[in-house]
Write a protein that binds this ligand. Structure first.
Ligand SMILES: Cc1cc2nc3c(=O)[nH]c(=O)nc-3n(C[C@H](O)[C@H](O)[C@H](O)COP(=O)(O)OP(=O)(O)OC[C@H]3O[C@@H](n4cnc5c(N)ncnc54)[C@H](O)[C@@H]3O)c2cc1C
Length: 374
């Protein structure tokens, strides 16, 4: 252990809370500033592949995640029209043996609760929306929309794809609309149990890289999650709560295999959002400020690694920041994470990963606790 730092984290999402737990375990004093007034049950699925679960296990959060998460049996790829299987990977206990942790598909709110339980509640400050920040050689001052401010030795921006910390650090630059929209729905498994292998994670690969339907179990298998994407350049609204139209959803995928369509037929409501992304960043640590998660490497959901990358970032940041030389250690953290997160950002954009039979080891086999640091 080096010198104990006073650290401020902006954003109390999955990345921010993971980073907070990891840094506190290193002996630092950590305060999290979250813009929301409290945690609400927004969103639905979070896909935690073995690399993410292994990272959470080391933080003591894995057991809580296991209590509410489902364990998909296989990861299967199928052709959209013929239904032909193009790849199959055993998950569940086979993944646990191979990677040291299973895949868990979990409600985002349950994962946030599991993380929040592992961090002192009084150190999360709600209704604190960052306006901007300033740093000097000795520390960083955060300025919030309510007019208050706070001073810390080091600041971590975990404030998502529209990160204000990122803007303060690197200047204004808007995320890019991809021309792709997503539909998310949760269906009681009882209604779709006739669909073969409903307990698996199945990706129906569409006629072009933008078009796909992914389904997997949620809420310990009581529900089935349906996630579908398609090109629709006319729709720009990005939201976790906007209602879509189930008739439009069904129309987009009317030529898909009957087993895929059966899932869409069972949807009573659906959420719709446009998908945005950014290019990999050449730099995201400057002086005493750094970024993590979607704030520095937002990605399309096609490799299901958005949350996983934020969680891995938190663990590696905790390992790097000993407090002796914060600016150099934050650079070291960035260097440790840059190649992997850029590769996954680019791979998610291309959307070909695991379409055919290939090894998932480079993604699932990464151990944030042991990966060599530069
Ligand atoms: C409400 C919500 C619901 C989501 N639902 C899903 C889902 O169902 N499935 C899925 O795959 N992904 C979902 N995501 C995205 C997913 O959680 C992230 O892509 C991933 O986990 C990376 O996490 P992150 O912590 O980097 O960013 P995020 O999860 O986006 O967290 C960022 C946090 O920062 C806070 N914040 C933002 N700006 C400020 C500010 N200026 N000051 C203070 N705090 C700020 C936000 O309120 C949020 O809590 C959701 C994100 C959000 C915010």
């Amino acid at each position: 252990m080096g010198r104990s730092l006073d650290i401020g984290i902006v954003g109390g999402g999955i990345g921010g809370l993971t980073g907070a737990i990891a840094l506190r375990r290193q002996g630092h004093s950590v305060t999290v500033y979250e813009q929301a007034a409290k945690y609400m049950r927004v969103g639905a699925d979070i896909n935690l592949t073995p690399n993410a679960v292994l990272a959470l296990d080391g933080l003591g959060v894995g057991d809580a995640a296991r209590r509410t998460g489902a364990r998909p049996t296989f990861r299967i790829s199928r052709d959209w029209d013929t239904g032909e299987e193009t790849s199959r990977l055993p998950m569940s206990s086979a993944a646990e043996e191979r990677y040291g942790a299973p895949q868990l598909t979990i409600h985002r709110a349950d994962l946030l609760s599991a993380l929040a339980e592992a961090f002192p509640a009084e150190s999360v400050k709600f209704s604190k929306r960052l306006r901007t920040l300033e740093q000097d050689g000795a520390g960083v001052t955060l300025v919030f929309e309510d007019g208050s401010s706070a001073r810390h030795d080091v600041v971590v921006g975990a404030d998502g794809i529209h990160s204000r910390v990122r803007t303060a650090l690197l200047g204004e630059e808007s995320p890019r609309f991809t021309g792709v929209v997503s539909f998310r729905a949760v269906v009681p498994t009882e209604k779709v149990k006739h669909v073969p292998e409903i307990e698996a994670f199945t990706k129906w690969w569409g006629p072009n890289p933008q078009s796909q339907i992914v389904t997997f179990p949620l809420n310990r298998g009581r529900d089935t999650f349906v996630f579908a994407t398609t090109g629709q350049p006319s729709w720009h609204e990005e939201s976790w709560t906007s209602e879509g139209d189930v008739h439009e959803l069904r129309a987009f995928y009317r030529d898909f295999h009957p087993d895929a369509r059966a899932l869409l037929d069972a949807c009573e409501s659906v959420l719709k959002s446009a998908l945005y992304e950014r290019d990999p960043l050449p730099q995201w640590s400057k002086g005493r400020v750094t970024l993590m998660g979607d704030a520095c490497h937002p990605m399309l959901p096609f490799m299901a690694q958005g949350a996983g990358m934020a969680i891995e970032d938190g663990v590696v940041l905790g390992r790097c920041l000993s407090g002796e030389n914060p600016a150099a250690e934050l650079k070291r953290y960035q260097e440790a994470r840059q190649e992997r997160t850029a590769k996954i950002q680019i791979g998610s954009r291309g959307n070909q990963w695991m379409k055919g039979q290939e090894s998932a080891d480079w993604v699932y086999g990464y151990d944030a606790w042991r990966t060599p640091l530069p």
